[in-house]
Design a protein around this ligand. Sequence first.
Ligand SMILES: [Zn+2]
Length: 234
Amino acid sequence: MLTFVPNLTLRVMLTLLFSLLALSVTPVGDGLTATERSLERQGMVCVTDVDSTIRVSLMYSRADNFTGRVLYSDLNRAYLHPEAARALKRAQAILRRRRPDLSLAVYDAARPMSVQQTMWDAVKNTPKYFYVSNPARGGGLHNYGLAVDVTLCDAASGDTLDMGTPIDHMGAAAHIDREAALQAGGTLSAEAVRNRRLLRSVMREAGFKALRTEWWHFNFKSRAEAKARYRVIR
Ligand SMILES: [Zn+2]
């Protein structure tokens, strides 16, 4: 009995010690892909960890985007710089106050520079190059986790609302400064214009800036601010 008690104590202590050792060698963010882990190491946060009510449907993890191919082979979660993620959470709260039946749906967020290069290579000798930031010039705000491609969807079903064009549509119908004329000409429905205005309104109120040529794209910082104070994602 006298020897049993210390042995038991020793065994408990050893078990505890091994548990602690096992914990310390378990990789941070276990269950994540290599790209997701890399984004976390570079300070990005997962949008749905910040707000689990925000829907995510990354268009570059599928082939039905403007490049016609899968660009994210191992990225299924949307990442943003923490400041932009907090602002997106604010936008979702503003939207839910106005329209509890709706939710934001993220189609793209932080984009590693390696993916930006692949995207650039896919468009550089085509008219589509206009829509893609050149990696040689430092890329764009997606490469800092400071831009997000987002639309509105039904909160329950996830079905996206009519915004007049699909996300990533390249052409005048996606421009936000011609909506009145596009509606008058029958290219955009009144409902699509209303939905776009609602999206812009909640995103602006949360601190994002709209882009003239893409109704779905919102910047959280200017390119000059990003270059001065933030780091590009590798
Ligand atoms: Zn974008």
